[in-house]
Design a protein around this ligand. Structure first.
Ligand code: GLC
Ligand code: CA
Length: 549
């Protein structure tokens, strides 16, 4: 296999170099995108065959969640071999074809890198277990003797994000650390072999033509020296609100500086994107300093309610935090770990990101469309999670027996309803699996999804799919959309956001009642009903072309 230099790829628009600065990046969750061989599981060939759809949708890049060899204890985020494809998803040849064809279409491919932990079936971990306590190979992980009279207690009080202690005891009596499931042992990033191995893995995928990496749990790699107890504090409440002995430690930045040097050796603007859940946007900004990563997910934005004051605060805060480091701000509303925004916004505010209630579906969709249009008007780069362009809701009534989220099966961890946003997407037809494949789908799709399929929505100007297509086209064509580093807020009634850039204006009504706005201009796009006599409908965002001045 040869390296594909991305000849067909568009070079940067705008004045600052870096295609990623204002890119719209589409997240594909390979299990649930398209199934080419009828086994009910999405795969790489399915993705390849649907690349033209993504091109037509108008995105710039595609981020693929993990497709590596894996026992699938955490849907592929438990990697057994970082250089091999799981047979369930295809072969290395298929991965090569996805990258090559994406490049031919002018799309970039970002792969998911999972460096915090591997699978307990990874060769290194199996060897470490075999070699026994005290062996050098155990130093690549965090093995420790237990506490208590006979070592029967875990080495410290850390809890797994998925629930239960973050430690599991092996047959010879030692314990190993896993911040997530027991099948996901954490690497010891102090160890030079771990560092070397990941530099080599980066090169492997860069050589294959990957345009970058989304770095899983980027905030977790380095643990505080001595692995200190957390003390009597409620860990779940602290997560994401505080610097923890296992999260957001300063030492992680050195790792990303060394990776950046590797990416910079390669042609064609390759990028690193941090999945870093940190307490503040300012802490997140540290991951995207000029010699570290390029982008970081904006989880403060994702977790914000559909409410004007809160949104304005997080938008301004995010832009201000990124400005000193020169990184673009990113925006995201949904991903494979949270309840889809069409369902979050269908429910009362403040319930978090793991919901079990469908809420008011119409309201949720109306707000989701408005929220998406607001997001796509903001300066910087935006992430779209597969299916949100169809307005898909979360599937809140999955029977327990089909659920696969590991945290669902462990008490006291995060709520574990992540399967609801992972249901395979509907492409066509009137019956499940709606063109996802020919042999069912690994999670059941609701009966109501026929009308949400790509086929059903295509050509219907009122559909969410056409809203996204038009929005993405306008974003490409209009020089002021998605550009700049700040937002120029205009005076607006309570609950309404009005932002302007050049002769582009975006008005977002986050309230449940229509408001009159003194805007004169041409409506470019509306997420809701037609705008008449300057009346902006409830829960609606409108894009305008106004005259300069
Ligand atoms: C990230 C992934 C999530 C996974 C976890 C452990 O948060 O997005 O899906 O379970 O890391 O790898
Ligand atoms: Ca398949």
């Amino acid at each position: 296999m040869t390296q594909h230099l991305a000849d067909a790829l568009p070079t940067t628009t705008g004045t600052t170099p870096g295609w990623w600065r204002d890119a719209v990046i589409y997240q594909v969750y390979p299990r649930s995108f398209a199934d080419s061989n009828g086994d009910g599981m999405g795969d790489l060939e399915g993705i390849r065959s649907r690349l033209p759809y993504l091109k037509e949708l108008g995105v710039d890049a595609v981020w693929l969640s993990p497709f590596y060899a894996s026992p699938q204890a955490d849907a592929g985020y438990d990697v057994a071999d970082y250089r091999a494809i799981d047979p369930m998803f295809g072969t290395l040849h298929d991965a090569d074809a996805v990258i090559r064809e994406a490049h031919d279409l002018g799309l970039r491919i970002i792969v998911d890198l999972v460096p915090n932990h591997c699978s307990d079936q990874h060769e290194w971990f199996k060897q470490a277990l075999r070699e026994g306590p005290g062996s050098r190979l155990r130093e690549r992980f965090h093995f420790r003797p237990g506490k208590g009279e006979n070592g029967e207690l875990p080495p410290n009080d850390w809890e797994s994000i998925f629930g239960g202690p973050a430690w599991t005891r092996v047959a010879d009596g030692e314990w190993y650390l896993h911040l997530f499931a027991p099948e996901q042992p954490d690497f010891n990033w102090e160890h030079p072999a771990v560092q070397d191995e990941f530099r080599s893995i980066l090169r492997f995928w860069l050589d294959l033509g990957a345009d970058g990496f989304r770095v899983d749990v980027a905030h977790g790699l380095v643990k505080a020296p001595g692995l200190p107890d957390l003390g009597a504090r409620d860990q779940l409440k602290l997560l994401g609100n505080d610097v923890m002995p296992f999260f957001d430690q300063d030492g992680v930045h050195e790792i990303y500086r060394s990776w950046r040097l590797i990416l910079d050796e390669y042609e064609g603007d390759r990028v690193l994107v941090a999945e870093a859940w940190t307490p503040t946007v300012e802490r997140t900004a540290r991951y995207v300093r000029p010699d570290e990563m390029h982008q970081a997910f904006n989880f403060q934005y994702l977790t914000s309610d559909w409410e004007a004051t809160a949104l304005r605060e997080v938008i301004d805060g995010s832009l201000a935090a990124m400005r000193p480091v020169g990184a673009p701000t990113t925006w995201v509303l949904s991903n494979h770990d949270v309840t889809r925004h069409a369902t979050r916004f269908a429910n009362p505010a403040g319930l978090g990101t793991q919901l079990r209630e469908p809420g008011d579906r119409d309201l949720g969709l109306r707000r989701a469309r408005a929220a998406s249009l607001l997001m796509l008007a903001l300066p910087g780069s935006a992430y779209v999670y597969q299916g949100e362009e169809l307005g898909l809701p979360d599937v809140t009534d999955l029977p327990d027996e089909v659920r696969q989220d590991p945290s669902f099966f462990r008490a006291a961890g995060q709520d574990g309803f992540r399967d609801g946003c992972r249901v395979p997407i509907p492409w066509s037809g009137t019956e499940a699996p709606y063109g996802f494949g020919t042999g069912g789908s690994w999670l059941p799709q609701p009966d109501s999804w026929a009308e949400l399929s790509v086929e059903a929505q295509t050509g219907d100007p009122s559909s969410t799919l056409e809203l996204y297509r038009t929005a993405l086209r306008l974003r490409r064509e209009h020089p002021d959309l998605g550009a700049g580093e700040s937002v120029d807020w205009q005076e607006a009634p309570e609950g309404v956001l009005v932002l302007r850039r050049g002769n582009f204006l975006c008005t977002a009504n986050t309230t449940g009642t229509a408001v009159r706005l003194p805007v004169t201009g041409e409506v470019l796009l509306s997420s809701g009903d037609t705008v008449e006599d300057g009346v902006l409908p409830a829960d609606t965002t409108v894009w305008w072309q106004v005259t300069a001045g």
